[in-house]
Design a protein around this ligand. Structure first.
Ligand code: TRP
Length: 448
């Protein structure tokens, strides 16, 4: 393939912000709080943080090394390093497409809710039951959620079409700081609510009685999903890093920002939940039902719910951009099409999948397999199978297949910065991560 000029991200900060943009998403703000709520709060948080440190950061580093070394899309990257492992690259582009299928739908909901908040439609709805009815009527509506899915996809397309620097980099440099500011404001607001400290205590006082074997898999799955591990995003973004980007620092910073955002999202949500005396275990509808109902009881409810859903829209958008880019870079470089055409092909595929997933919850109820809707199926297959499998094989690939000098070379930028903690990292990548993953997996399917 002819090597055209490949874009790189500008400064050191850009690499961190753009990658954090991919990592921070609905996974942190929508999923983390309800999963933590269902799994014992603080105890879950502890296991989650351990998963991030022991498995998340090492695998993230491995993916950074692969991307920056090869300067290719996910498929090209694995092929360049070892043609036999190209299949791992294919998993890294098929899975993001499947993730997009349901992720864009939920992103669409956040946008619809933001607009409802702005127009003041929620002022007529009061109790949590009414919100629940509204939510199910909305998600099952024959066309509105599908329409918002399409709008959100086009918004993502718009950023991708502007290019790596002018689109992805510039938008992250604006959206990520804005996201952090909004989150801090909302967190302070929540803590000041009557009874708010109950929620903070829930998040920080561990209750190990709720911890079971499956908590570990849930925490690991959540950590992988939240850090965007395994599915090409980190490889693709790292292929735009500069030669002198310190990937260790970048990985640690991204993991810290991502965890901080998840914790802050918990601080926004749990105090609010406790202040009105609702159980924190409401599940996926926590932010679409429980939270708007709570906002409604507060002064200036319109303002709070508008900025909360704006927060979700921003978080979701920086993540859909990264998923879209994995696919666009792949089509562009592997099928030898222009970036513009590639982006449109990806957008069209996302729209088709997104509409199918959205309608499978309502108008197209027949679209289910084994009693599970297409929407839930996409979520299940990617989060519980493709994602952990990808993480596992990345460890095997980097730990056992690649030349042992590969990682040290990338970690030290070819010997220009010191190599720190390498024996530990090598141990984690070769033994600890794969074995822990196997154990957790076998435990969950009941083998041990
Ligand atoms: N990390 C994002 C979130 O928390 C979602 C995401 C983006 C993702 N790219 C990914 C998940 C790649 C897994 C793999 O919402």
């Amino acid at each position: 393939m002819k090597t055209t000029h490949r874009a790189t991200f500008g400064g050191r900060l850009s690499a961190v912000l753009v990658t954090a943009g991919s990592a921070v998403g609905l996974g942190n703000i929508w999923r983390f709080p309800y999963v933590a709520g269902e799994n014992g709060g603080a105890a879950f948080l502890l296991i989650y943080i351990l998963s991030v440190l022991i498995m998340g950061v090492p695998i993230m580093l491995a993916e950074f090394a692969i991307g920056r070394n090869t300067r290719s899309n996910a498929v090209g990257a694995f092929r360049k390093l070892s043609p036999r492992w190209t299949i791992l690259g294919y998993n890294s582009v098929v899975a993001p497409l499947l993730i997009m299928g349901f992720y864009l739908v939920v992103s669409g909901w956040t946008m619809e809710y933001m607009i409802h908040s702005i127009t003041g439609d929620f002022t007529h709805v009061h109790t949590a039951d009414e919100y629940a009815a509204l939510f199910s009527a909305f998600t099952q509506n024959p066309w509105r959620p599908a329409l918002y899915t399409v709008i959100f996809t086009l918004l993502t397309h718009g950023v991708i079409a502007l290019g790596v620097q002018k689109g992805i980099e510039r938008s992250s440099r604006i959206m990520m700081p804005l996201l952090l500011v909004i989150l801090v404001v909302l967190a302070i607001h929540s803590m000041l609510l009557p009874n708010g400290w109950e929620g903070v205590r829930f998040l920080f006082t561990p209750d190990f009685s709720k911890v079971t074997a499956s908590t570990f898999l849930t925490a690991l799955g959540q950590a992988f999903f939240s850090l965007s591990i395994g599915l090409g995003c980190l490889v693709t973004y790292a292929s735009y890093f500069k030669e002198d980007t310190n990937i260790t620092h970048t990985a640690l910073q991204v993991a810290s920002i991502d965890t901080l955002v998840a914790v802050l999202a918990g601080i926004v949500i749990f105090p609010a939940v406790f202040s009105v005396g609702i159980e924190p275990t409401a599940g996926p509808s926590l932010v679409f039902v429980t939270l708007p109902a709570i906002f409604n009881t507060l002064p200036l409810s319109m303002v709070w719910s508008t900025i909360f859903f704006l927060l979700l829209v921003i978080a979701a958008l920086t993540s859909t951009i990264s998923l879209h880019e994995v696919l666009t870079a792949y089509v562009h470089e592997e099928w030898h099409l222009s970036r513009r055409t590639s982006a449109w092909i990806v957008t069209a595929a996302c729209i088709l999948l997104g509409i199918a997933a959205s309608l499978s919850l309502g108008a197209w109820k027949w679209l289910q397999i084994g009693g599970i809707s297409f929407f839930d199926l996409l979520d299940f297959v990617t989060a519980n199978i493709l994602l952990p499998a990808a993480g596992f094989f990345v460890c095997i690939f980097v730990g056992w297949v690649l030349d042992r000098r590969f990682m040290p070379q990338e970690l030290t930028n070819k010997g220009t910065i010191p190599l720190r903690l390498w024996p530990l990292l090598r141990l984690l990548l070769r033994w600890v991560c794969p074995l822990l993953m196997l154990l957790i997996f076998m435990d969950n399917i009941g083998i041990i």
